[in-house]
Design a protein around this ligand. Structure first.
Ligand SMILES: C[S@@+](CC[C@H](N)C(=O)[O-])C[C@H]1O[C@@H](n2cnc3c(N)ncnc32)[C@H](O)[C@@H]1O
Length: 218
């Protein structure tokens, strides 16, 4: 499936190499803090799904750092799936599955992907609408097993406010492209977690003013 949505170029900048591998500077910059946070959540075994894996640069590091989890990469876009395959092929990791096509904003995907012990989502919510975010959070909750954990990482408004000039510019570039897109408010996210039956365990400060929400399915 080729995926196209009108987005500003800054939303997912990646260089393409001759074999189809994508290289995103932002994925290189934030991979270590993300791996550290996932390791800290102390899941010791089971299935881990990454939604919107993008280039695949995160999942190869995660699977290598946490061999006790079986990692499933996914994305909605065929170009990204190809890139994930390239990064994965280099590593030969037995706990890393081939990437699968997953549109995380479509109702019902959890039926195919349940049960997951851990679900990671990095840098997607500002690129979709609040209605799609609601579906996505509900589906994460349905896909998780009891006591399963999830981390949702990205840029968010804090109590309705954008906290830096860079965040203001990025948010406005998104809503100027499509008014349904843009940073979600952390307060609205807490309500969505609650509605979906997820417990919000903590909010972690991440590089470049990003947040990670750590969530648990009771
Ligand atoms: C900004 S990139 C983030 C990629 C990666 N998580 C990272 O942080 O490097 C957004 C990714 O979300 C994917 N995506 C967009 N809409 C999606 C959807 N509805 N379901 C799943 N993935 C989606 C895009 O194809 C792209 O790979």
């Amino acid at each position: 499936m080729s995926y196209s949505r009108n987005l500003p170029e800054t939303s997912s900048a990646a260089n393409c190499e001759s074999d189809g591998r994508l290289n995103a500077p932002s994925a290189v910059r934030n991979v270590e803090p993300i791996v550290e946070l996932v390791r800290k959540t102390a899941i010791k075994s089971g299935n881990a799904l990454e939604i919107a894996s993008g280039t695949g640069q995160h999942i190869v590091k995660l699977a290598s750092a946490m061999p006790f989890l079986n990692w499933q990469p996914s994305d909605v876009d065929e170009t990204r799936l190809k890139s994930i395959r390239c990064w994965s092929n280099d590593q030969n990791l037995t706990n890393l599955k081939p990437p699968c096509l997953l549109d995380a904003t479509k109702e019902g995907w959890s039926k195919k992907h349940h049960p997951q012990d851990f679900i990671l989502l990095v840098n997607l919510l500002h690129l979709i609408s609040i209605k799609e975010t609601k579906i996505l959070v509900k589906e994460i909750s349905k896909a998780l097993t009891a006591n399963g954990l999830s981390i949702i990482y990205g840029p968010f408004m804090r109590n309705g406010k954008l906290i830096s000039m860079r965040d203001m510019e990025f948010h406005h570039s998104l809503i100027n492209t499509d008014p349904c897109l843009g940073y979600k408010n952390d307060i609205d996210m807490f309500n969505l977690f609650d509605e979906a039956g997820l417990i919000h365990l903590s909010t972690e400060e991440m590089p470049a003013n990003n947040f990670s929400f750590v969530l648990k399915k009771p």
